[in-house]
Ligand binder design. Sequence first.
Ligand code: FES
Length: 166
Amino acid sequence: METSQLSRGQFLKQLGMSSAALMSFYCLGTGLTSCSSSSDDPTPSPTTGGGTNTNSGVTGTTSGAIDFTIDLTNSNFVKLKTEGEFTYVGDIIIANAKGTFVALSKVCTHQGTTINYRSGTNDFLCPNHGSQFKTDGTVSKDPATKALAVYKTELLNSGNSLKIKA
Ligand code: FES
């Protein structure tokens, strides 16, 4: 028994030394930089939440007690001047619904997927299970059963700013 344990210990010791020796050799051959870190993937992830805007062009509170204004001359929002266009600010979807600005919660009341605006039918569609909502937030097609929260919209500054408020 003792012999057996000793052999195993010696074996492990030798293995450790071999690995260290191999590593040293590898490092010498490839330069220090490739051996200085244990990080597997140093590539930074540039992902920043698809489809949402930066805060540029927005002033005010975009979560909780909603009360903010977007600058419709800002490059993030200028497209909203075109009928049928829509965008997201925080948890709100803002659409130019046939010339009328509407702002609703973007969070589907079924299971929380982000909804889209459809200009052709002037309504909102959840791509997950197909729930549909009217521009007043009410459900027009299940499985969602609860209406979306709707926010007040008001054009200011000769139509160059849009105020959204709970
Ligand atoms: S999460 Fe929107 S329909 Fe299911």
